[in-house]
Write a protein that binds this ligand. Structure first.
Ligand SMILES: Cc1cc2nc3c(=O)[nH]c(=O)nc-3n(C[C@H](O)[C@H](O)[C@H](O)COP(=O)(O)OP(=O)(O)OC[C@H]3O[C@@H](n4cnc5c(N)ncnc54)[C@H](O)[C@@H]3O)c2cc1C
Length: 486
């Protein structure tokens, strides 16, 4: 355990580092968490201190609370961690992007003074984000956790599940509802576990083993100053709180895929099939190209997240772009992990294999298209947003003119007129995927121009994205042939 005097010294030292020095410290600390050797079990508290000790929480905290207040560093920390261990990166992103950011942005001074200093020191607790309930995941209308005003604060009652760090986090950001004469109001609260947050059941997740999950019963009194001011109490005004985790996935995906691309190639070069390396097989090279291109796309998305978004302020204006980042980055993570596992053969199905991390990469990445807003729902929301913004124009006309998608439509000559008919729910989901992939293709063009990246890499990545769009075109035809209610 660090002595208080050392702690003060190291906080001051961490605050004074340049970004490069700070990130170098995180990189050095991340080595011991490497996915090839780190055990697949819940992260012990002392290992968390190995991360908080190098300041992984500081970028989200304001300078006046001992933090570094840096959007770029929030992204770079999780990117660096994801290259070593995706689950450890998610763990950190939950605490910074999902739990602490709402306190920093929307809590009053009294709550900030109470909570934030706890997270600024090298011996920091953990915090989680509690929205999902057994009967309410994709649609908030099913929320059953309630809050009522009582003397001095609020009483919150309800049940949540699947929260990352369910049984171990000391602090929570919780959403609840109140139904009154003037309609439904949503409230957000900062809850300490000892206020009445209890884990009644543990879940065994398929992957991301360093994080614990479960069912959480809430029967808590929360003092008035810990209600936080997220929007106006209705669903549309609290969009931002769900966006930060999704934006950070751009950075996570970039780090994770850098590792997967490197290791898949190394494995394919080292493994002999007969007298030749695995990588001499044409179809294996195709799989490697798909992984490389996924890495390129996510590098471009990460460049966009780092340079065009700002997690330290309101993300609402970036709503459609962040949905696109989440959908594309997560689908590429899952498909790349699948390619990697396939080309590693039986060894890729082995936990703890000395030759590859494919099994873990597959299990850890699989949930990304499901959590933080299931991709199907987010795609539908993206299509809805664009249709509402099209102002009577056809979707293809809108996308050809809309700045986030127009570059790819024009440079790649995309013909998106298949999107222009009447769109039923199933078409909306597919249309959202097309929009997301067209957005990503535009980000690849932007990244290549702004960073002087290898043009060949950008061309290959664009070719894969165009193939994804073509696949959706085929699915549109298929839906038409299957008929309504397929
Ligand atoms: C590992 C993990 C970590 C998580 N971490 C947290 C956390 O920290 N905090 C928290 O509050 N929650 C967390 N969750 C919950 C997660 O966000 C939800 O599981 C997710 O939002 C989906 O909700 P659901 O499970 O209720 O699925 P449902 O809402 O039942 O949806 C099931 C499926 O139905 C389909 N579907 C739903 N809507 C549509 C649509 N409009 N169009 C097409 N198909 C659709 C999709 O295929 C979807 O995956 C986590 C979940 C997991 C598995």
């Amino acid at each position: 355990m660090t002595e208080p005097a050392d702690a003060v010294a190291s906080v001051a030292v961490l605050a004074s580092l340049s970004t490069e020095e700070f990130i170098a410290g995180v990189e050095a600390a991340a080595v011991r968490f490497d996915a090839a050797t780190y055990p697949q079990r819940e992260l012990p508290a002392e290992d968390w201190l190995g991360l908080t000790g190098v300041g992984v929480l500081l970028p989200v905290l304001p300078v006046e609370y001992g933090g570094r207040n840096s959007h770029v560093e929030m992204c770079r920390v999780v990117e660096v961690l994801a290259e070593r261990n995706l689950a450890v990166a998610v763990y950190t992103a939950i605490v910074t992007g999902l739990a602490l950011r709402p306190v920093v942005l929307w809590a009053g001074e009294e709550a900030k003074r109470e909570v934030l200093p706890l997270f600024a020191g090298p011996v920091a607790p953990t915090a989680g984000f509690a929205s999902t309930e057994p009967g309410c995941g994709s649609a908030m209308s099913g929320l059953t956790t309630t809050f009522e005003e009582v003397e001095g604060g609020y009483h919150i009652r309800g049940r949540k599940h699947w929260q990352a760090l369910s049984a171990t986090a000391s602090w929570w950001v919780v959403v609840a509802k109140r139904d009154g004469d003037s309609g439904r109001e949503y409230g957000w609260f900062v809850v300490e576990r000892t206020d009445g947050f209890r884990t009644s059941q543990r879940y065994e997740a398929l992957g991301l083993k360093v994080i614990d999950y479960g069912v959480n019963e809430i029967d808590a009194f929360v003092p008035a100053h810990r209600r936080i001011d997220v929007g106006a109490g209705n669903l549309s005004s609290m969009v931002d709180i769900y966006l930060s985790g999704r934006a950070l996935i751009g950075a996570l995906a970039c780090g994770f895929l850098r590792r997967v691309a490197r290791e898949a190639r190394a494995y394919a070069d080292a493994r002999r099939i007969g007298r030749s390396p695995l990588s001499a097989i044409g179809f294996v090279r195709y799989r490697l190209a798909a992984i490389d291109s996924a890495h390129t796309v996510c590098t471009a998305l990460n460049h966009y997240v780092r340079t065009r978004l700002d997690l330290t302020s309101d993300l609402t204006p970036a709503f459609p772009f962040i949905l696109a980042v989440k959908v594309v980055a997560t689908e590429l993570m899952v498909s790349s992990a699948n390619h990697y596992q396939q080309l590693a053969g039986g060894e890729g199905y082995r936990n703890g294999s000395p030759t590859n991390i494919a099994a873990q990469a597959f299990l850890d990445s699989r949930v990304f298209t499901i959590f933080d807003g299931t991709n199907d729902l987010l795609s539908q929301q993206l299509a809805r947003h664009c249709l509402d913004s099209a102002d009577g124009r056809s979707l293809s006309t809108f996308l050809a003119a809309w700045a986030p998608t127009a570059p790819a439509v024009s440079v790649h000559g995309l013909d998106l007129r298949f999107l222009d008919g009447e769109l039923a729910q199933e078409h909306m989901v597919l249309a959202g995927r097309v929009i997301a992939y067209t957005f990503a293709a535009s980000r690849v063009l932007q990244w290549a121009t702004e960073t002087g990246a290898d043009a060949d890499l950008a061309h290959r990545a664009a070719a894969f994205l165009r193939a994804d769009i073509d696949r959706v075109r085929v699915e549109f035809d298929l839906l038409g042939r299957l008929g309504a209610g397929a």
